[in-house]
Design a protein around this ligand. Sequence first.
Ligand code: HEM
Length: 531
Amino acid sequence: MKFTIITKSLTSALSQAWSSWWSEGLKSKDTLTVSSLALLIILWWFTWISKLYKSRNPKLPPGPRGLPLVGNLPFLHPDLHTYFARLAQTYGPIFKLQLGTKLGVVVTSPSLAQQALKDNDTTFANRDVPAVARVVGYGGFDIVWTPYGPEWRMLRKVCVREMLSNASMDAVYSLRKREVARMVREIYGKVGSPVNLGEQLFLTILNIITSMLWGGGGEDERMTSLGTEFREVVGEITVLLGKPNLSDFFPILARFDLQGIQRGMRVLFLKFDRIFESIIEERLKLMENEKGKESKDFLQILLRLREEEDAKTPFTAKHLKALLMDMVVGGTDTTSNTVEWAIAELMNNREAMRKAQEELEVVVGLDSKLEESHLPKLHYLQAVMKEVLRLHPALPLLVPHCPSSACDIGGYMVPEGARVFINVWAIHRDPSIWDNPLEFNPKRFLNGKWDFNGTDFNYFPFGSGRRRCAGIPMAERMFMYELATLLHSFDWELPLDSEFDLKEKFGIVLKKATPMIAIPTPRLSNPTLYT
Ligand code: HEM
């Protein structure tokens, strides 16, 4: 607007000057020189002002045309990660999409991801909270959706320092061990017949997480039945979280909840909350009855913290429940799907499977059970985890970020409130970064060059910057322990009539399109090692 006004007044001033020259009868041969000079001045001013305007008002990124009102929504492909990767080939490493009234921006290059998540770290440390998360996230009391600020910092500190420190994780090793042993017993009971690994892994990881959260009080019957009810509700919540919701594309319609997704979630959430309340109540009773007898799980740590309330940013009962919820919802599907992908890739690459099992034979031995203390010595298996997360990052577009003010990324303006997707899946498969990017080759990670810290924007499966995954130590331990146990205890074959593929299905977490079904046979030297 300003630019148009300035240009108009400049042009009219110059034309006035020109006409007065003309009217005074300047008709000599200088006329041509003067008019050329005036034209040059106009051009110079025009270029200068347009540069000034652009530097002050960078334009929006390019992007495909959409329809009135709905924008690009009707053209979205359900597999968003591959659809976005294709659009990036046409529109470049940053492009925009109109998603109803929301502006979406997709970033697909390491340098632009770095500009957003590192150079503008604080601005991008916010989230665009989906309508459904407002219902389940205890109204924004959890880590994932709380805006960047003192409350989020307090929650993250509690999570990372109090619960996921090496000491706290070591303290609940016996609980992880109990659940992994239970899984091995169950699979041993199915030797020779097909096992749905997706289902088995989800259940085991959920049991591992919930037992670390509140399972330290023994195998009380009431707690076991609460656990079963809890599992069902988590499954249903995960399904609803993955459904596209009109309320997010047209926030003005959110209050009408046209698809009933928020209503459905509210019902589930109330069940969830009631289970939490019962679990906490049971624990408080146990603490009262058995004074002095501490049970080492995360609930105990959190209840202690609640008693020691910090006046500035108090840790309330809502925070406590929201944190428990973050661990369950953030940790279960992500980790269990990554282990499922690992088994699928290893079954598709027998040489890598042989190497991983040979390493286990050397480090653990076929006459012993695997312990977590073996994990740091399993270098090849660690490379397998990194390679699996390169090809199949559990959250291929991270959790969308949302700038708290307009920001310049790659010469384009990303407006405040835009929903920014970082396509880490596409970056991890970029042939200009990775040799044979589609090949599963754990050897590329044996040099120790890459880690999960998110400091290298060619490889960041857990995100980067302030909002990177809060559960990396837990994810690493659970993944390694579970995968190593499955490979050490059993050989795996495909059922004879089954078709095997590595097709992906986009959702809240990137899944295998068909579940991984395989037949186990025992590897260990002695049947007592399975009891
Ligand atoms: C293989 C397993 C996992 C993967 C690949 C993974 C990946 C991620 C990614 C990509 C993000 C978003 C980062 C961003 O937006 O920049 C994230 C956030 C988060 N993850 Fe994980 N995650 C895994 C397991 C876990 C576990 C086990 C927990 C539980 C402790 C967890 C808790 C969280 C939380 C609380 C956040 C939100 C952090 C924040 O907004 O400050 N994750 N994760």
